[in-house]
Write a protein that binds this ligand. Structure first.
Ligand code: ADP
Ligand code: MG
Ligand code: ZN
Length: 476
């Protein structure tokens, strides 16, 4: 039987506020352990939380950018559980009456269209601390710098069908968060995290299958790999006539498998109840309108502008604007070398290929816009050919050197001296007298062969236009 997968994501985004969500401590990542702490975020009895207005403003931004309805009143609730990284014994979150509901975003599809992914809810909550376990010693350590850092939890409807769609959805969310400048989107540092709920069902079925929740995926690649593995695993379970167990599973990136972490019988009962220390959150229409007016250009708007302003294809514009860092990179290159289509070709082709091979994000691209612009200038001035440029590009990417330096060091300057080239062409024709005869008898296809031989003799450095001209003359 054919099965289809059903996926819904719960995404956590750490907000870039200066202070924490319920106290004045710094919310900045890192710092000496337990230095960004106070009685409130370490859960001292008698301390009282005060809501950070900026965090609410950021949440409103995200809700607007994802087409959500914003609740005029929402509630903070206590989610009770014990864990050493949670000093209060409960996490302040939202449960009934979250800040925003019923939104959607659009993800690109393979056929160039788009698919709508519905967002069930967006709510605010506080992050927990971090535990460090001694590898061989008897101790574990806790760092409370992260407790109380504001988070948004963004929950999708089970609208995703493939690992690729899930990763694309996550990319779209990340782009929006970054464009809004409310989250840095760094999955490795954990400022953007994702739990995936996955089930499979017979193709065309209307009801949902039993799901497993997969955790611990800290890059887009891991999200795709973990989901592919989990779908395959569930397919096998069903094919054997068994039932999928509802449970939480951990992705193991080393082994490339998901493994059971806790089953349903260990499922939490969090005993949510409204936090008596916090009044309901009231968001006025006026505040929402103010935030709406202050929204920056979002990915889809930037894409439209790129098509208008730079006349690049919609496809290119879509990919380039799908990451704020990449779009910024592109615009900086175009500012330095104002030929937008050419810049886009190099970014869409060579740059993204090399980044992908290294599993790197544009944020850690070793090649600065200045270097790409410099290289494009060398092509334009006829100093290097487009073909040589490919090698120069790779070398710049690997070594971090400038275009001129690479060209000089490796002696890659294009041969544009007509006499020098004439001599080389002459040698090639002499060496291939049989082909020359055949060509003159009408086998015109051989022209390309001669061009190729000249390029080979010059290690690709001959100016192709000149080679053509000289060959035309000599073969007449
Ligand atoms: P919980 O709070 O227990 O994790 P939710 O009902 O909030 O459960 O669902 C969490 C996520 O799981 C949502 O993104 C939702 O779309 C997804 N989901 C729910 N049921 C299924 C299912 N059967 N298959 C796949 N995803 C599901
Ligand atoms: Mg869940
Ligand atoms: Zn504090």
């Amino acid at each position: 039987m054919a099965y289809e997968a059903v996926i819904g994501l719960e995404v956590h985004a750490q907000l870039l506020t200066e202070s924490k969500i319920f106290c004045g401590c710094s919310a900045v990542f890192g710092g000496e352990p337990n230095t960004h702490t106070c009685p409130v975020c370490t859960g001292m009895p008698g301390s009282l939380p005060v809501l950070n207005r900026k965090a609410v403003e950021f949440a409103i931004k995200m809700a607007l950018a994802t087409n959500c309805e914003i609740a005029p009143h929402s509630l903070f609730a206590r989610k009770n559980y014990f864990y050493p990284d949670l000093p209060k014994g409960y996490q302040i979150s939202q449960y009934e009456l979250p800040l925003a509901t019923k939104g959607y975003v659009e993800i690109p599809t393979a056929d160039g269209g788009k698919k709508r992914v519905r967002i069930t809810r967006i709510h605010m909550e506080e992050d927990a601390g971090k535990l460090f376990h001694d590898e061989d010693g008897p101790f574990s350590y806790v760092d409370f710098n992260r407790t109380g850092v504001p988070l948004l939890e963004i929950v999708s409807e089970p609208d995703l069908r493939t690992p690729k769609e899930a990763a694309d959805y996550l990319r779209v969310l990340r782009a929006i968060l970054q464009y809004l400048e409310i989250c840095d989107g760094n999955m490795e540092e954990g400022s953007l995290r994702c739990d995936a709920n996955v089930s499979v069902r017979p193709m065309g079925a209307q009801t949902l299958g039993i799901r497993a929740e997969v955790k611990n995926m800290n890059s887009f690649r891991h999200v795709e790999r973990a989901l592919a593995y989990e779908i395959e695993r569930q397919n096998k379970v069903l094919e054997q006539g068994d039932e999928v167990v509802q449970e939480t599973r951990l992705w193991d990136p080393q082994k490339g498998i998901t493994d059971s972490m806790r089953g349903k019988e260990e499922a939490h009962d969090y005993r949510y109840f409204p936090d008596p220390d916090l009044v309901p959150l009231a968001i006025s229409p006026k505040w929402i309108e103010e935030v709406r007016k202050g929204l920056p250009e979002l990915p889809l708007e930037r894409k439209d502008r790129f098509v208008q302003q730079y006349h690049i294809p919609e496809y290119d514009a879509g990919i380039i604007t799908s990451s704020k860092a990449l779009a910024d990179y592109y615009e900086e290159c175009v500012r330095l070398f104002p030929e937008p289509k050419q810049v886009s070709n190099w970014i869409m082709g060579d740059l993204l290929r090399l980044l992908k091979e290294d599993d790197r994000e544009v944020e850690d691209c070793p090649l600065a816009p200045q270097q790409l612009a410099e290289m494009l200038g060398l092509i334009k001035d006829g100093i290097i050919s487009g073909k040589i440029a490919k090698a120069v590009f790779e070398e710049m990417y690997k070594s971090g050197k400038g275009a001129r330096d690479v060209v000089q060091e490796q002696g890659l300057v294009q041969i544009t001296d007509e006499d020098a080239l004439s001599a080389i062409v002459e040698e090639v024709l002499t060496a291939h007298s049989q082909e020359v005869d055949a060509y003159k008898k009408g086998k015109e296809k051989l022209f390309g062969f001669f061009v190729g031989q000249v390029m080979k003799a010059t290690q690709g450095k001959a100016n192709p236009r000149l080679v053509n001209e000289i060959l035309q003359k000599k073969l007449r």
